[in-house]
Design a protein around this ligand. Sequence first.
Ligand code: PLP
Length: 392
Amino acid sequence: MVNESMLKLGTNRSCIRELFEYGLRQAAIVGKENVFDYSLGNPSIPAPPEVNETLVDIVRNTDSLAVHGYTPAPGLPAAREAIAAELSERYGVRIRGANIFLTCGAAPALIAVIRALNMGGSEIVAIAPFFPEYRPFAESNGAKLVVVPADVPSFQINWPELEARLNERTQAVIVNTPNNPSGVIYTRETLERLAALLEKKSAEVGHPIFLIADEPYRELAYDGAEVPFIPTVYPNTIVCYSYSKSLSLPGERIGYICVPDWVEDSATVFAAIAGAARASGHVCAPALQQRVVALCAHSRPNVRAYDENRALLYEQLSAFGYDCVKPNGAFYMFVKAPGGDSQAFSDRAKEKNLLIVPGGDFGVPEYFRICTCVSKDMILRSLPAFKALIEE
Ligand code: PLP
């Protein structure tokens, strides 16, 4: 009666959502202060003040019909130009408004790009640990997701495993740096080596292998770590950006795709992405948020709270004996599960109302993820539970 794979996607809850909702139920029983919820990557710092002020100002002072009306499918010219100007200035490149397609966040951006590139059964390569939604994004659009095992413990790239998975069916490799769930940023050296490999393989297979840069965490970097702009390292890069985390606007659904002019057959790729967005019903991103972005393209988050949480959790958990991957970006930390089975460890933690996400869905079952976008108070209250678990 209905599509089986869609039914499965709609009924099999994501493990993160399950944990989050379990936390809400437990809070009603044991009290909110006794539940330590590290499950969901929801920003815990407010949007920069100028973002809210701009939003209010637009609603107050612009004609209502104009504010809430349809925009052109790829977005308002003012928003496209503002994003292009910000990227050009920041990275010393020439990006034009015509290279930008506004989307409802990174998720529909990724779907549009995968859909546009898929030639029917094409392979899209993801590097573990990876955002689990890549799988439905690829598979529901007729592409195949091919996973490269993680490079443990550095969480850069496992080169022989990647190279072994590139072939004539490979249309793209997705990279997500700063990474969810590891918090690791790919170094410039890693990206240059990746570019050289993809250039070599593209020449071998006779068509470009694109890089899809999934970048919701571009602005979240610590200790002065560099987040290279990948299109300047590998020309055939398509960027999927989101303001969900960078401006703490996840519910507003706003982001963009950038296809620079120097991408091979850039105009054709852009047009296919526009077609894929159209076929998915994802054109004309939220108009009010487009207007906000047009005026706040230069806004940056104050990441101090994430940075402090990261330092606190890394120090404390390491002192208890946990083997933590040191995060220098995003707002996650990846930790090796004592005993090696993160699902079993997460189940044990749940008994102490400590909600941590097992790494199986990210492609690394020996590690678990904790979100550092939480309150410092909660971290302090949760430390005895972390200590007890490793001592048990
Ligand atoms: N990609 C990664 C790696 C993410 O972590 C997320 C959200 O958590 C997304 C994409 C989707 O972001 P958006 O909310 O902009 O759709």
